[in-house]
Design a protein around this ligand. Structure first.
Ligand code: SF4
Ligand code: SF4
Length: 320
């Protein structure tokens, strides 16, 4: 049996909703098939009031072992570093987080807010929000850059807004069944198994990307969403087109540009009208290039691809 505790800081509950929709494995499978004992969760926990405080105190005092601590949402530090804007079970949530991270064998941050600070930490960040071990791209965050859980790992970051349900449950199962040693993490502490490939890997619009054929409006079935609509699929690490959403779709398959939510900078730009779903360009060349491509190479490739583009690339070939 592995004891799991899930708490929420500055959050919209999106990652909880995502978790409850997991299918491979489901949240129920965690309990019935993988021996995970969910001590408490904001939507599933039974204890209230003093009983919940007793449970949390038993964990922080070491009376009860805490194998996996899952945190969703930002660590709220306002006002003035006290964390009093986000109180939980009689004290600032940030104080619970600090104490629980000292006793947990593994700490898992779920969603952009817990990993990088996400939308709440966007300037001017009135809630003084931080991610558990990052603030945007800067390592450190609330726990500091040297933090390691009792098992010797840093915080395992599962970003996304929300994170895909199966990324969450599969990582929790790996940790609970003693396979944490198989997890390799990238420079942002994301499990490489999910976050090495790009959103573009498996995108059905790849042929349109290659021939520089653009989609001009949302939901259009032909064309790539990169050239006009700001798709960040070529520079975003995620398996959204490999581990499909609801087992059958993804943003780009539905004709919606990837917004790059698994990267620390999300949300990109200043969110002013016209900056999100519009490709930002300088003299007609996108400001942000696909990963590993330089501007000169991109310009040459564009000219060659356009010249070589077959007629079918301009047609809607998805007949069903
Ligand atoms: S840019 Fe976006 S829409 Fe185009 S191929 Fe890549 S992921 Fe798909
Ligand atoms: S497609 Fe992009 S924006 Fe959508 S969930 Fe995946 S990484 Fe996030």
């Amino acid at each position: 049996m592995a004891n799991l505790l899930w708490l929420q800081g500055g959050a919209c509950s999106g990652n909880t909703m995502s978790f409850l929709n997991a299918e491979e494995p489901s949240a129920c499978d965690l309990v019935t098939d993988f021996g995970i004992n969910v001590l408490w969760h904001p939507s599933l926990g039974l204890e209230l009031g003093d009983n919940l405080k007793k449970l949390l105190n038993a964990l922080t005092s070491g009376q009860m072992p805490l194998d996996i601590f899952v945190f969703e949402g930002t660590v709220v530090n306002a006002p003035n570093g006290t964390g009093e804007w986000n109180r939980f079970a009689g004290r600032a949530m940030r104080d619970w987080v600090s104490d629980l991270c000292k006793v947990a064998n593994f700490v898992v941050a779920v969603g952009d807010c817990a990993t990088w600070g996400g939308i709440p930490a966007t300037a001017p960040n009135p809630s003084e929000s931080q991610g558990l071990q990052f603030l945007k791209r800067d390592q450190g965050g609330f726990l500091g850059k040297d933090y390691k859980s009792k098992a010797g790992l840093p915080v395992i970051n599962i970003p996304g807004c929300p994170a895909h349900p199966d990324w969450i449950t599969q990582i929790v199962v790996a940790v609970a069944t003693g396979r944490a040693g198989d997890l390799t993490l990238d420079e942002f502490q994301r499990p490489k198994t999910f976050f090495t490939s790009f959103t573009q890997t498996g995108c059905t619009r790849n042929m349109h990307f290659a021939y520089k054929v653009s989609a001009t409006e949302f939901g259009q079935r032909k064309g790539c969403l990169f050239y006009d609509l700001g798709c960040r699929g070529p520079m975003t690490h995620s398996p959204c087109n490999r581990v499909l959403w609801n087992r059958q779709s993804s943003k780009t398959r539905a004709g919606m540009p990837c917004m790059g939510c698994t990267e620390p900078e999300f949300p990109f730009f200043d969110l002013a009208p016209g900056t999100v779903f519009k490709t930002q360009t300088v003299m007609g060349v996108p400001k942000d290039m696909p990963s590993g491509v330089d501007k000169t190479g991109y310009i040459k490739l564009t000219a060659a691809a356009k010249a070589a583009s077959p007629r079918w690339a301009e047609e809607d070939i998805f007949v069903v």
